[in-house]
Structures are given as structure tokens and as C-alpha cells.
Design a binder for this molecule. Sequence first.
Ligand code: ATP
Ligand code: MG
Length: 303
Amino acid sequence: MVAFTTKYKPKRLADVVYPDTQTEFDIMSYENAGRFNNIILYGTYGTGKTTIARLMPKAVVDDVDEDNEVDFINGSKVRGIQCIDDIEDFLQLTSWNKKGFKFVIIDEAEQLTKQAQFALKGVMDRFIDDAMFIFTTNHINDLYAGIQSRSEIYLLDPPPVERLVPLVKHVLKCEKLKMSDPQINQFTAKYGTSVRNLLMKLETLTINAKRKASQPPSTPSLSCNTTPNQPTPTSAAITSNPVSCNTTLNQPTPSSAATTSNPVSCNTTLNQPTPSSAAITSNPVSCNTTLNQQTPTSSKQAA
Ligand SMILES: Nc1ncnc2c1ncn2[C@@H]1O[C@H](COP(=O)(O)OP(=O)(O)OP(=O)(O)O)[C@@H](O)[C@H]1O
Ligand SMILES: [Mg+2]
């Protein structure tokens, strides 16, 4: 099974869930606009900084050769002055995209040594007309002020619930799970402080729902609230609920069975007729669709 952080990873800047309209508008403004100011993306964990950084070169120049014209550096692995020399060597190579741009992504940039950060300032100036530097960091205050002053700075806070709900609904739909709107809101509010964590929780929810649906009839479960008078194996699966959400099959079984066992906040209904089909119809390919986020146009209108 593909991790949901990969399966539902944004494929273009428009798929990212932004913290607010202004940030969305500002970041989207790089797309095909011929602008390539250096940028710093900072903020808490799992809000899309590295994702945006990786998507940016293609957004700025659609024919960029990502293997040869983008230099991705993990600042926590390559920290010293040597990496600045390597960046300079890279920037001196010819680039063949229609703008002649090159891109240097420095992930976890505050991890570069002070000396390296200082040296980078000169390189940024030298290649100001043909290179875009993209930095990500969790700790903006540890990033040298000289780099900050040469970059546009964007704070990637966790998006508010109302911006995350479409992503949650998209995942639930792709995974053929059902949750009521209040439950979706509650779930999103609880886990949405990091989009990464939200997707991981949705993955857990999905695995548990599908496992429940495909459980063989005779398999007893220790945590199962099996009701003695339940006639079918399916209903046994319904009441067995060792995980964090109530997983039910969409069958004409007693709804009370679904509602009685509910240790936490959300009822997830697997929208499948039978346990076996639940496993079969999970379709990771067709679920790899892009999320219909607010478009740049709508952002512009809103802004
Ligand atoms: N704003 C977002 N919109 C859509 N998906 C997101 C967003 N943020 C994170 N994700 C999902 O979470 C995964 C991890 O995100 P990413 O690595 O970009 O976060 P990060 O901000 O760089 O985190 P860290 O600070 O820990 O490095 C992505 O692959 C994507 O699936
Ligand atoms: Mg990151």
C-alpha cells in the first residue's frame, strides 16, 4: 500500500492546501509568470514546505529539466562550505530551458553552517539573474539575515479546518469511506495541525475500515463487542472496533450495532456492499487525482 502522504501528495502548486488566500495567491503567482525571486518557506512541521519547494521549478518554467537544472540540497546532510562551492559549480553549467533558469532548493536550510550561509549570500548575488534559490526551514530565526533579505518569505502555517476539509473529503471519497460532515470537521480539527499527520490518520482510518470489512466471519476479535443475536458475520465486523473510529459496512444491518460501539469521535462507513469487494475496489490509481482546490483565479478574485 502506498503511503497516503505519497498517494495524495500535491502534483502541482494548485493542489497544495495553503494557510490563507494571500499566501496561496503569492505562491501561485510564481506559476508561469516569468518571475523567479528567491523564496523562503518557513513554518511548523508537515505543512507543505518541501512539497512546494519541489513543485516550484516546474511551475516557474514548465520545460525545466528537473534532473539537471534543479539542485536539491538537504541542509541537514550537507552542511559545510564545500556545498557552496558545489552550488557555484552547478550554477555555472548551461541550462537549456526556455528561460535559461537554474534552481537551487535548500531544504532545512538553517542546518547549513554559519560560514556556509554567509558564503551563500555572495553566490545569490552573483547568479541573481539566472538562478532561483528556494529555502525551507522550521526555524527562520536561525537563517542568516543576509539570506532573508535576498528572499521573499512565506509562512506556511497549518491551514484552518475549512481549507483542509476538501482534502479530507477527497481522500474519503477515493477510499470509499463515509463520514458525516460534523465528524469530518471534528476529525480535521483534531489532526489538522499538520497536513502530514492528517493524511497519516486518514491512512490508519482506511486500513482499519478495510481490515474490518474483510475480516473472516469466524475470526474472533478480543476487542469485539459481539452482540449474541447478530445474525451475520458482517454485523460482527461492524461491532468489532479496536481502532479509533467506528467502521461500518454499508449494509442493511442493525444500525444500532454501528452506533453503540464508538469510543471516539468519528464513524467511518465503508461504502462497499461486501467485505471482499471492499478490498478489491480500493483503487490507488484512480484516486491519484488532483484535488480541486481553489484556483489561482479564485484566489485572485478573493484577494
Ligand atoms: N499544505 C499541504 N497541502 C497538501 N498536502 C500537504 C500539505 N502539507 C503537507 N502535505 C502532505 O504531507 C506530506 C509532507 O509534506 P512536506 O514534507 O512538504 O512538509 P514540510 O512542511 O516540508 O514538513 P517538515 O517541516 O517536517 O519538513 C506531503 O507529501 C503531502 O502529502
Ligand atoms: Mg520539509
